[in-house]
Design a protein around this ligand. Structure first.
Ligand SMILES: NC(=O)c1ccc[n+]([C@@H]2O[C@H](COP(=O)([O-])OP(=O)(O)OC[C@H]3O[C@@H](n4cnc5c(N)ncnc54)[C@H](OP(=O)(O)O)[C@@H]3O)[C@@H](O)[C@H]2O)c1
Length: 285
């Protein structure tokens, strides 16, 4: 059993340690970003919530304030699909006066596609840009902007990226799986670089399997955790020694199959599972 090392990032009393969570908040309890925010507030962190809708951010802030009255909660609105240099500058300015110690890059998914599963040839040029913006460009730009701040922290800091088991390369969701493969490779390379250069920032990529969320409206089950369970499992992996790791152990069990099957078998099973969804008119998530 591994005991999470998350509390090493809570350097002082809770009024001085911050976490920046990337998500779009709304009343829907199934948002993974909300799960991260609640788990961190529960553990005494102050949080900065990033979303794209100012009103929803304000509502969420007051809801969290009721449950965690002593925590400080800030909000930043910026659309990941049209992220600009001005957004980057606003985010940097919003954290200028606080000691930031954790950055969670959770924004992502396939919501901008006309359907979740489709062939690459059915993917439009607009969808290509949009998926890259939401899953990759926003995360990389925010990290580039905030890394100097995280590195200046008095103790160690952490960047946690939300990856996916789809990073193995899955047919019918090929572009999304490629964005998650990029996040995994980028995390592995940057984490090693930060260590080699003695920068006191750890970096992890959490491989997420099917999780009940705003985008993936499945019934909760043994293999489909709630977003809160997923967030808790992710935070519990901190300090486990792996840079890219499954957070939720039943997903790791599923991952054993995808990691060890010969590629032709994996393709066979994934095509068998996803081809009907790509061909069906029914929206599955
Ligand atoms: N759920 C799963 O089964 C699963 C599996 C593997 C990996 N993941 C990963 O887990 C992460 C969280 O996804 P989730 O399934 O938990 O979905 P989610 O609850 O819908 O969370 C994704 C969040 O990103 C936000 N978002 C989307 N486009 C945005 C934009 N343009 N600007 C700002 N925010 C935006 C969404 O807001 P809106 O509600 O406004 O769209 C949403 O709150 C993603 O990185 C996803 O790829 C999820």
């Amino acid at each position: 059993m591994h005991i999470s090392a998350i509390m090493i990032f809570l350097h002082y009393e809770c009024d001085t340690t911050w976490q920046c969570s990337v998500h779009h908040p709304c009343a829907n309890k199934r948002r993974a970003g909300l799960g991260f925010a609640e788990e961190l507030l529960e553990r005494g962190f102050n949080v900065i919530l990033h979303g794209r809708n100012e009103d929803k951010l304000t509502q969420l802030r007051s809801k969290f304030k009721d449950s965690y009255p002593t925590s400080e909660i800030r909000t930043i609105a910026a659309d990941a699909a049209s992220f600009t240099q001005a957004d980057v500058e606003r985010i940097v300015a919003a954290v200028a006066d606080i000691p930031l110690t954790i950055l969670i890059n959770n924004v992502g998914g396939t919501a901008s596609l006309s359907r979740n599963f489709k062939t690459y040839t059915q993917t439009t040029s607009w969808e290509v840009d949009s998926l890259l913006d939401i899953n990759v460009r926003c995360t990389l730009q925010i990290t580039t902007a905030l890394l100097p701040k995280l590195a200046q922290s008095e103790g160690r800091s952490l960047i946690m990226n939300t990856g996916s088991k789809a990073a193995v390369g899955m047919p019918y969701i090929s572009l999304y799986s490629a964005t998650k493969a990029l996040l995994s490779a980028w995390t592995l390379a940057t984490a090693a670089e930060l260590k080699a250069e003695n920068v006191p920032v750890d970096m992890m990529c959490i491989l997420v399997g099917e999780t009940q969320s705003g985008q993936n409206r499945l019934q909760e089950s043994f293999f489909v955790p709630s977003s809160r369970t997923m967030a808790r499992s992710a935070l519990n992996r901190i300090g486990c020694g792996y840079t890219v790791v499954s957070a939720y152990w039943p997903h790791a069990l599923q991952g054993f199959g995808t990691d060890t099957l010969p590629r032709s078998w994996l393709d066979y099973f994934v095509v068998k599972a996803l081809q009907p969804l790509a061909k069906s008119d029914k929206e599955v998530w």
